[in-house]
Design a binder for this molecule. Structure first.
Ligand SMILES: Nc1ncnc2c1ncn2[C@@H]1O[C@H](COP(=O)(O)OP(=O)(O)O)[C@@H](O)[C@H]1O
Ligand SMILES: [Mg+2]
Length: 255
């Protein structure tokens, strides 16, 4: 990564509590323009909650979030989308009774209902078709979303986010649950999205995929950042190994 890259997304001391439990605890990090920033950590580490507070699915309790030099933690979900931040969900969230193409069409106007009116109809159609092509969904455009296999549901969620032309795309476990061939296809798609200049925040517990794609990785545990850096450094970090292997590891080490 070149020295000149600027931070595009900055979290400063963010916390989110569920009752008395801090799911995200005083967390700070920066994501630079056009990088793929990976996030991992054991189940329950707070990764999805972090996405939820950045994308305003949940309000943040403490701390600040900046996107493109603007504080966004007090903005509405719609206005964050309009600024250029889009996301997918760990459990594919789609309009089940709509076709693949209709889902992408809804995505195209999300957060900006006027866009459907403001944008030239043909430009809008082209944008939707290009997005279907880019994500490999063209042949399935008329299939009802409910009938799609997991891989295609994941692709469709990515298509619906991409059609908003985001500057930052947040992906919550886009690869988990897929077989080798599909994983490779999604990894290639993520690389292609990034090549177009889109900054990617990637939560993934499939380590091979995360480490292979990310320029830098943050490992979370109990809502906190326990390690951050280049994948090869993070993979060797003692605290990361411990967090993943838990008590089993510590018991062995002390024997
Ligand atoms: N809406 C919620 N209400 C209460 N507790 C939640 C909610 N969402 C997540 N949690 C809890 O917060 C912690 C972090 O969850 P999550 O962010 O989903 O972790 P991860 O994505 O890293 O597996 C877990 O203990 C989980 O049970
Ligand atoms: Mg999660």
């Amino acid at each position: 990564m070149s020295q000149k890259k600027k931070p595009i997304l900055v979290a400063e001391g963010v916390s989110k509590f569920f009752g008395r439990m801090a799911a995200v605890k005083d967390l700070s990090f920066q994501v630079f323009e056009e990088e793929i920033y990976g996030i991992a950590g054991p189940n329950g580490a707070g990764k999805t909650t972090l996405f939820n507070i950045i994308s305003h699915v949940l309000p943040v309790d403490n701390g600040q979030i900046m996107f493109k030099d603007k504080y966004i933690h007090k903005l509405s979900l719609d206005s964050i989308f309009r600024l250029g931040l889009a996301r997918t969900f760990q459990i594919p969230a789609l309009f089940k009774s709509l076709t693949v193409r209709q889902n992408v069409q809804v995505g195209a106007t999300f957060g900006d209902p006027e866009k459907g009116v403001k944008m030239d109809k043909r430009d809008m159609e082209n944008l939707i078709d290009e997005t279907l092509d880019f994500t490999g969904l063209s042949a399935k455009r008329d299939i009802i979303a409910e009938e799609l296999a997991l891989m295609d549901r994941k692709l469709l969620m990515m298509a619906s986010a991409l059609v908003t032309k985001p500057m930052v795309l947040m992906l919550d476990e886009p690869i988990a649950g897929l077989g080798k061939v599909d994983s490779d296809q999604v990894m290639e798609l993520i690389r292609n999205i990034n090549k177009q200049g889109v900054t990617v925040l990637l939560i993934e517990h499939i380590m091979e995929a995360l480490m292979g794609l990310s320029e830098r990785v943050m490992i979370m545990h109990h809502g906190e950042k326990i390690c951050e850096g280049k994948p090869d450094k993070v993979a060797k970090d003692e605290s990361v190994i411990e967090a993943y292997l838990g008590e089993e590891y510590i018991r062995h080490k002390n024997q």
